[in-house]
Every structure is written in C-alpha cells, then in structure tokens.
Write a protein that binds this ligand. Structure first.
Ligand SMILES: Cc1ncc(COP(=O)(O)O)c(C=O)c1O
Length: 495
C-alpha cells in the first residue's frame, strides 16, 4: 500500500496542479448550495429555539476527528456544518433572543464577507488594496455622518468593541504620557465593559492604574466622585490621563453623563474616550440626536456595527477626533525594525495606508459589509430599525410597569431594560431567595425554547435583562417573552 492510499502524509509527492482548487462547475454548485443554506437559515430562524447547545463530550464525539489527510466532498461538508455544527449556540437573530447585545446580521453583509474573502481584499497599504481602502474610508465617512461627528474625525474598522477600545486608549496613552507610565491613572465606572480593564492591562497599566468608580443610583459614572478622585490623585502626584465614558453600559444600558465628563476632561487636560460599542447607534435617531454634540466633543469613540447596526461578526469601529494620533501610535515608520520590504508600499502623495492607523497590517475588509448593507437598504432604513428597538423597549417597559408582579429596575434607555419578578401576596421578600428566583425564571424561560432572557446584577441584586434591538422582533414577541417570565415565576411559588 502506498503512503497516499494509507492516508499517511506523503511529503515527497510533488504538488499536482489544481489540487487546491475545484472545477468551475463544482465551485458554482457548492456556492449555490451555500447560498441556499444561508437563505434557508434566514427564513427559518424564528421557527427554531433561540438557543441550541450540546455538551463538550457530545461535541467531542461529533467533531474531534483526525487531521483529514485526504479531502472529501465540499457540498457534504457544507451540509454537515449547517445541520450539526453552526446552529449550536445562541441564534442572536432570533426575534425572541434578548440575551447580551444581539446582532442580526443581514444578507448583503454576508455576501460582502464572501466577496472580500474571495477577492483577498486588504485595506492595509494603498498599493495592496486601493479599492478596499477607499471603501473603508467612505464607510468611515458615512458613520461620521450617521453619528453627527465633525469633519476631521477618522478611524478604522477593527474586530469589535474590545479592539476599538484598546486602539483608542493606546493613542490616548501615547499622546498624554509620552512613554512614561509611572503614576498614570485611567478612570471609568465599575459598569464599564471588561474590555477596558483588558486594554489597560495590554497597555502596560497595572490594576491600581485603572480606577473603577462606583456608579450613581442610575448606574452612571458620577462626575462629582470622578472630579474628587482626579483632584486627590493629582495632589498625590499621580498623572490622570484619560476617562472612559460608556454610552450604553452592557448590563443596564446606562449612559454616563457625557457633557459633564467632557467638561472634566477639558479642565484637567485629559482624554475622553466614549465606549459607545452598543449605544452610539442611538445617535442615529431623533430621540438620540441630543448625543451628537457630546460625541463630537470627545477625543475618541467606539461603535460596534456588529451590534446595533445589524452587521455580522466581526465589525467594530474606532473613531478619533485627531486621526494622526493613531498614526503616531501605530505608524509603521515609528518603529525601528528593518522593514525594507515595506518601502515599495509606502503611501505616496495623498494615498492613505490604513495599516498605519491600527494594530493590524494585513486586515480584512470589514467595512464592506456595512457599506453593502447601507447601499442596499439605505441609511433611512437603519435609522428606523434602531428606532424600532427603542419602541420595543418602551413597549416592554410599559408592560412591566403595568403588571403588579413585575418591577422595572432600569431602562428602557438604549434598548436594554432590567426588571424583576415579584411574587404576589404573602410570598417571600427575602432578597437572596428573590435573587435565586430570577435565576430560576431565566433558566425556565430559556428551557421552553421560546425565548432567551438572561440575568445581570444591579446594585448587588439579580435582575432579569432584555435587549430589544432586533428589527424582526414585534411587540407580540415581547408580550410572549414576558408571559413566559410570569408563568415561570408563578410555577416556582410558593418559595
Ligand atoms: C459597551 C461595550 N463595550 C465593548 C464591548 C466589547 O465588544 P466586542 O465583544 O465586540 O469586543 C461590548 C460588548 O458587548 C460592549 O457592550
């Protein structure tokens, strides 16, 4: 038996032309099949439960297999992925999936990912991808317009909010600290996203150098507490350099007081970064238009199109008031390794090398999905879709407020609300039993396969949490989910 037939590696055999390609007819057939699978999924998402899971042992049996030394049929592989593998997880586009910050994706965006992968689009150096670079620059300009940011703001697409926060804070560090981290202090509230702490760590700040302040009762960064802390730190000889304000905290959707925080940062010559990964999209709507001025006065902003702009993963964006500061941090030329091979790719004249503005050199054309979906559906449809999420949250809040067994705790602000089930009559008021009850309700609702509602913690107490930003969700879906909460709460009684 030859090594080839035994399935063992045959390193000595020469590459046979076409071994890593498919015949044209087969490519078309597999491509059509993939599109059929995608369309089927989009059509049927509401008929399936919002969450499907399998345990590690089951999945190991199903998916842990030896390196496939020989190839197999592509269409069968696509089938298997679509049937057995990719559906396992949260279906964020399910109309009754209210978990975390769901994105829905959209069909043109999925095609954009296919195209940019097939065309090997790299908006890195102009030489490498001038068309892709121009698409990204145009998409950034559209985002600027959608958010009402002044001319001059710029930035780039990154994998998501975590990398956007890291990228902005790297520029803030370099701009304010000039290479000396001693005594540096970065501020946020305890409600900021964990990616802020991760960014601080990656940027070389130790735990004491990130000050996370307790929020006020509305879960917002308290400007008075912040001022007091900055002033005390200055007196102690420390170097406050940046504040992170969150526009739409992940847990409760709180909006930190942006105008006051801007004033504090201006007074103390500090950088204001706004993490609007989820909530910045609110500025697209007339209800959120008051935020636009505050956004434009910040130094940097995170927005995640893979949240409330309905894009598939990965699509994050970092925008800064002075884009040249990104270049100061990331520009290839500032580093001193021998990169002679990059000279041919240096930007000439008014060419722009976007890889000078962020941490990646080879970068995918993430902007294309937003570009293609904005062109296909129009910005007006996006604005209406964001507003729809706000109306759904209003509807949920009204139903909760109207019901004696439900208590609204926070929201509905940026399409996120938290609430509790409160047992009627003589049932327990023991806080810990009530906390356990909320957990049990969440698990019971999820187990019905009808809706997905998870929990969070507000002021030390467990609450149910819904994020209502899916354009396919209807008020009836909200009612159904809340009915499931009531049923689950009642069946747990008496405690
Ligand atoms: C406010 C906020 N910032 C940052 C992030 C991190 O974004 P990503 O998961 O895209 O890295 C999230 C994610 O939910 C978020 O809600």
């Amino acid at each position: 038996m030859t090594p080839h037939m035994s399935g063992k590696p045959d390193d000595d055999a020469p590459y046979r032309s076409g071994e890593l390609a498919l015949p044209v007819a087969r490519m078309r057939q597999a491509g059509h099949h993939a599109v059929d699978l995608v369309v089927e999924r989009l059509q049927n998402v509401a008929d399936e439960p919002p969450h499907a899971a399998a345990g590690p042992a089951e999945l190991e049996t199903l998916l842990h297999e030896p390196l496939p030394e020989q190839g197999s049929d592509l269409i069968s592989l696509l089938e298997r992925l679509a049937q057995d593998v990719l559906p396992l997880g949260i279906r964020f586009d399910h109309p009754r999936c209210f978990a975390f910050v769901p994105t829905t994706g959209n069909y043109p965006a999925a095609l954009a990912d296919l195209l940019s992968a097939a065309f090997l689009s790299v908006p890195g150096a102009w030489l490498v991808g001038s068309g892709p670079t121009r698409i990204e620059l145009t998409t950034i300009a559209w985002l600027r317009e959608l958010l009402g940011l002044p001319d001059g703001w710029g930035g780039l697409f990154v994998s998501g909010g975590s990398l956007a926060n890291l990228t902005a804070l790297a520029a803030a560090r370099d701009h304010h600290l000039a290479g000396d981290l001693a005594g540096a202090r970065l501020y946020c509230s305890t409600q900021a996203h964990p990616s802020i702490a991760r960014a601080a760590h990656l940027l070389g700040l130790d735990r004491a150098q990130l000050t996370a302040l307790e929020p006020d009762r509305a879960q917002r960064l308290d400007p008075r507490a912040l001022t007091a802390r900055i002033e005390a730190d200055r007196v102690a000889g420390l170097r406050p350099f940046a504040v992170v304000a969150t526009l739409g905290t992940t847990s409760t959707g709180a909006i930190d007081p942006l105008a006051e925080l801007t004033a504090i940062c201006r007074r103390h010559r500090m950088w204001l970064h706004i993490d609007g990964a989820h909530g910045a999209a609110l500025a697209l709507t007339s209800r959120g238009s008051h935020l636009r001025e505050a956004l434009g006065r910040a130094d940097s902003l995170t927005i995640d199109p893979h949240k409330w702009l309905f894009q598939p993963y990965e699509a994050g964006c970092v925008l800064v008031r002075a884009p040249e500061l990104l270049k100061n941090t990331f520009g290839m030329a500032r580093h001193h390794l021998d990169a002679g091979y990059l000279h041919p790719a240096q930007a000439q004249g008014d060419e722009i090398n976007l890889d000078d503005y962020g941490p990646q050199q080879s970068r995918g054309l993430r902007a294309l999905k937003l570009w293609l979906s904005l062109k296909t559906f129009g910005a007006a449809a996006f604005r209406r879709a964001v507003d729809h999420g706000l109306r759904l949250a209003d509807h949920a809040a009204a139903r909760i407020n109207d019901h004696p067994e439900l208590v609204l705790v926070t929201g509905p602000g940026v399409g996120i609300l938290t609430f509790r089930y409160r047992p009627p009559g003589t049932a327990t008021t023991d806080p810990q039993a009530l906390d356990r009850l909320q957990h049990t309700i969440s698990r019971t609702v999820c187990a019905t396969g009808q809706a997905m509602i998870l929990t969070t913690r507000v002021q030390g107490r467990i609450v149910l949490r819904m994020c209502t930003i899916n354009p396919a969700t209807t008020p009836t879906d909200i009612d159904t989910a809340l009915d499931l909460v009531l049923q689950a709460g009642r069946t747990q009684l008496p405690m």
